[in-house]
Write a protein that binds this ligand. Structure first.
Ligand code: GLA
Length: 399
């Protein structure tokens, strides 16, 4: 009798300890695959409002984006205007007349999740109130509004220490008791891949801001450095892939797919490469007005599945010959997702060799085209395909 009672007590104790641990760390288990959603910044900048956000959430459902896996509806900079006498952050009463909780409630009523933006410094990048000194107060507000995701920027941080600042906001979010994804937006300045996981960040920006262009790294119109492109960001991911994994991802910035600055071929490549990088897939276009081509890119379930593979490996460049590159990502089922990328200006044949995938030469594997949605047959040792300029052929290679 006694041992049975002892066992029961031990089990109860373990259960309560487990519950206590979960209570202490509400963010455990978040973002086990890269977060998917939408964010207002790339298309709308400061032009955010309750009406627009509601209609975007509606469009996320109606367009099939929700079914394809997108869930976060994230309001970026400029929703906030001031702090009240008690220091509480105040949402723009003209643009958000029903307040932030009402927006969150609406997003949740559609089965989606709600994200907001703030900044670790005294002001956001657009000069709105930042979080510095108000971390715990803000976190409680966010929790009361039903916030599920916080993007935390790095403007106006003076001599603040990045790691300590992000650890502080994570502690504040956890103290609120609500599970909230923390998106570290520090632009890669202090190598956040080295400490982002340790401080409880779920994703961290690895570069300065993306812009809606295929290549180059030009100065911004105000002369400051430098507008990234798909290819300049891609190149900055080389060598940091081992820092990504379930719950903590490298973030090469939000998608520009559908914003008008690139061709359909380039947007398909952009989306494929972000999936290869196990990047957060945060759409940045107007979901209410998508062409069929853009819709089909963002909702290609075979490409999304590469991004969302539960093994959580980030893909890497395994071969490069001038403008011709091969990228590969190990998948949970032992297959590889492979991208043949042509950065050049004329059509080229690109070959992936099994040895670059860690496969023996004699292995026979089924190659499937993830954009054509068809099996191309069995190949041994290598596979080659013609790739259009600025384009990709994206395949799954499965022994
Ligand atoms: C920074 C961020 C962007 C965006 C703007 C908003 O530049 O990197 O993603 O959030 O601020 O002002």
């Amino acid at each position: 009798m006694v041992p049975v009672r002892c066992l029961a007590i031990t089990i109860l104790l373990l259960i309560s300890l487990g519950a206590l641990a979960a209570q202490e760390n509400p963010s455990a288990g978040l973002a086990l695959t890269p977060p998917m959603g939408w964010n207002s910044w790339n298309k709308f900048g400061c032009n955010v409002s309750e009406d627009m956000i509601r209609s975007m959430a509606d469009a996320m459902v109606k367009s099939g984006m929700k079914d394809a896996g997108y869930q976060y509806v994230n309001i970026d900079d400029c929703w906030q205007v001031s702090r009240d006498a008690k220091g509480n952050v105040v949402a723009d009463p003209q643009r958000f007349p029903h307040g932030m909780k009402a927006v969150g409630d609406y997003i949740h009523s559609l089965g989606l999740k709600f994200g907001v933006y703030s900044d670790a410094g005294s002001k956001t990048c657009a000069g709105r109130p930042g979080g510095l000194g108000h971390e715990y107060q803000d976190a409680l507000r966010y929790a009361a509004w039903g916030v599920d995701y916080l993007k935390y920027d790095w403007c106006n941080t003076s001599t603040q220490d990045a790691k300590a600042s992000y650890a502080n906001i994570r502690a504040a979010l956890d103290a609120s008791g609500r599970p909230i994804v923390l998106s570290i937006c520090e632009w890669g300045k202090a190598s956040p891949w080295l400490w982002g996981k340790e401080v409880g960040g779920n994703l961290w920006r690895t570069t300065d801001d993306i812009s809606d262009r295929w290549s180059g790294h030009p100065k911004w119109p105000d002369g400051s450095c430098c507008a990234n492109s798909v290819l300049s960001i891609l190149d900055q991911q080389v060598g940091i892939q081992s820092y990504a994994g379930p719950g903590h991802w490298n973030d090469p910035d939000m998608l520009e797919v559908g914003n008008g600055g690139m061709t359909g071929t380039e947007y398909r490549a952009h989306f494929s490469l972000w999936a290869m990088l196990a990047a957060p897939l945060i759409a940045g276009n107007d979901l209410r007005n998508m062409t069929p081509e853009i819709h089909d890119i963002l909702t290609n379930k075979e490409v999304v599945a590469v991004d969302q593979d539960p093994l959580g490996r980030e893909g890497e460049r395994v071969a490069k010959n001038g403008d011709l590159e091969v990228w590969a990502k190990q998948m949970q089922d032992g297959s590889r997702a492979v991208i043949l990328l042509n950065r050049g200006e004329s059509q080229q044949n690109i070959t992936v060799n099994w040895r670059d995938l860690g496969y023996p030469e004699h292995l026979s594997a089924v190659v499937r085209d993830l954009w054509e949605h068809k099996d191309l047959g069995k190949f041994t040792g290598s596979f080659s395909a013609a790739v259009v300029p600025h384009g990709v052929v994206m395949t799954s290679i499965k022994p």
